[in-house]
Design a protein around this ligand. Sequence first.
Ligand SMILES: Cc1cc2nc3c(=O)[nH]c(=O)nc-3n(C[C@H](O)[C@H](O)[C@H](O)COP(=O)(O)O)c2cc1C
Length: 188
Amino acid sequence: MTRIVTIVGSLSDQSKTRRLATHVQERIANAAGAETFVVDVASLVGDLAIAHPAKASPSLAAALEAIETADLIVAASPVYKGSYTGLFKHLIDLVDYKALAGVPVALLAVGGSDRHALVVEHQLRPLFAFFGAATLPTAVFVQDALLADGPVRDAPTVARLSQLVAEAVDALDIRTSRQRSEPARSAA
Ligand SMILES: Cc1cc2nc3c(=O)[nH]c(=O)nc-3n(C[C@H](O)[C@H](O)[C@H](O)COP(=O)(O)O)c2cc1C
């Protein structure tokens, strides 16, 4: 079955990034008929202090395998000092550099200030470009105040999130059709 893997880079118990990312993941999964998996750095803090994936604990190894075999990734981080969090980056540092080539990636960030809204373009997008991943055209930054009391209601942000969900569903559709036709093509 098609699988969406969401990576949450927050360390907070009541993380707004986690809430936003899992909401987006559910919307994509419902529209695409996909299953979901969440990799949360908050639950891997004690496992991440390694330099090589060969040393990964069973939980970290399962998280890395999920990321490396995902059909679509939702990559979501709070903004810390104008970028993604350090532990989010360290988790990504442990991912096989060949595993994400062509994989669609939806980019999300939550921050305290709109001054850092371009973190999705200037930090998250280049990180996934390193892997040759297919980052979706629409990346969404959400100011944390908009998530203070339940789901986002700010109309421009809601519209951007819907656009991102639509692009993700299309990307999954193209990917699964291609995967279905590939065995037929190689047998011909
Ligand atoms: C250490 C730290 C650094 C932060 N740096 C920034 C920043 O540079 N720019 C910004 O807009 N918000 C910054 N914030 C605010 C967080 O991005 C914001 O509170 C966000 O909602 C946290 O997400 P979470 O609830 O998922 O943990 C920072 C917060 C912390 C704790």
